[in-house]
Design a protein around this ligand. Structure first.
Ligand code: 13P
Length: 338
């Protein structure tokens, strides 16, 4: 590799290390405009660009956030907005000691040739130019989410391969731009499948992702893997205990080489408390890479419920977020204590 080509890679390694630094995780606040609007409306808040901005400022400006949060993922709309004082989001969070990130995928769309409900994540067209622009705005890392549905017939081999290839093309483009890719293959909790079936599917999905990353020369030391935890389907009645989830999840992850910078889990619809308990149980198992959080709903749902759009309840919203961040940061700090 020429010296020029290796520069972004080494920059990526440093950023990735910061993202998964001991005792810290990533806050996912990158809901698309449609998803964020639906969540605001459900909470009784009018879905306007200004309310989405107010909500993201509330989250980002939570006092002490940088103690447990290394980075915040935003969507395109937020990255182009400013705090109320006119400071762009990326600049504002950088100043708070937090890395700004950007969701760059264009969403999971029906996969032609796939089976029922299967999707392919779109957004590769023009991606290098978009990444260059985001780097200019201050983004240090990016996110791309692939989605897999478990049923008797799915995920199909075609959906697993197509999504792995897209994740790898995205990751390679990010590293070429000096941006750390969060590689997110999410096997959904929806269904009545067993934890063993989730383990099997998650392992197959990861194997394909590893193969495609290797084919495009992606440096695993400069990516953060964002997987689902290995859990039973949410249509089953008895949730597995944290120790069971932890053991099953780490067993699947063992196929990743030590070189991988780190793992930051999505919460996937688990309750905030369950996601934290599972994360904490994992810290008791020795692994070559840090295991931390990159939760969305499990961090922000309580904040939205406490704020409900009212200026006089911004502090309540921030306190609710701070409580979830503190619980998860304490969970991941257990690794150092054990
Ligand atoms: P959840 O933690 O709510 O699953 O969201 C994480 C995320 O970033 C989804 O892409």
């Amino acid at each position: 590799m020429s010296e020029l080509a290796s520069e972004p890679t080494s920059a990526c390694r440093q950023i990735a290390e910061r993202m998964v630094a001991p005792g810290k995780g990533v806050l996912a606040a990158d809901e698309s405009i449609a998803t964020m609007s639906a969540r605001l409306e459900k909470a009784g808040v009018e879905a306007t660009a200004e309310n989405r901005r107010r909500y993201r400022e509330l989250l980002s400006a939570t006092p002490g956030l940088a103690d447990g949060v290394s980075g915040i993922i935003f969507c395109d709309e937020t990255l182009r907005q400013t705090f109320a004082d006119g400071t762009p989001f990326a600049t504002a969070v950088h100043a708070l000691g937090i890395l700004p990130g950007i969701k760059v995928d264009a969403g999971a769309k029906p996969l032609p040739g796939g089976l029922e409900r299967e999707t392919i994540t779109e957004g590769l067209d023009g991606l290098p130019a978009r990444l260059a622009e985001y780097a200019g705005i201050g983004a240090a890392f990016a996110k791309w989410r692939a989605v897999y549905v478990i049923s008797d017939a799915t995920p199909s081999a075609g959906a697993v391969r197509a999504n792995a290839n897209a994740l790898a093309r995205y990751a390679a483009a990010c590293q070429a731009a000096g941006i750390v890719p969060i590689v997110e293959p999410e096997v959904l909790m929806d269904g009545t499948h067993s934890i063993e079936r989730c383990a099997e599917v998650t392992a197959d999905v990861h194997a394909a992702v590893r193969e495609e990353l290797a084919l495009l020369g992606v440096d695993l030391g400069g990516i953060v893997l964002k997987p689902n935890m290995v859990v039973e389907g949410n249509g089953t009645s008895v949730p597995s205990a944290p120790e069971v989830v932890a053991a099953a999840t780490v067993e699947v992850l063992r196929a990743w080489p030590a070189e991988l910078a780190g793992v930051a889990f999505l919460s996937g619809g688990q309750s905030p408390e369950r996601a934290t308990a599972n994360l904490e149980a994992m810290q008791a198992i020795a692994t070559p890479w840090p295991l931390t959080f990159s939760f969305g709903r499990a961090l922000v749902d309580p904040a939205l419920a406490a704020w409900v759009g009212k200026d006089e309840q911004v502090v309540d919203g921030q306190n609710a977020l701070a409580a979830r961040v503190a619980a998860n940061a304490a969970a991941v700090r257990r690794r150092a204590e054990l």
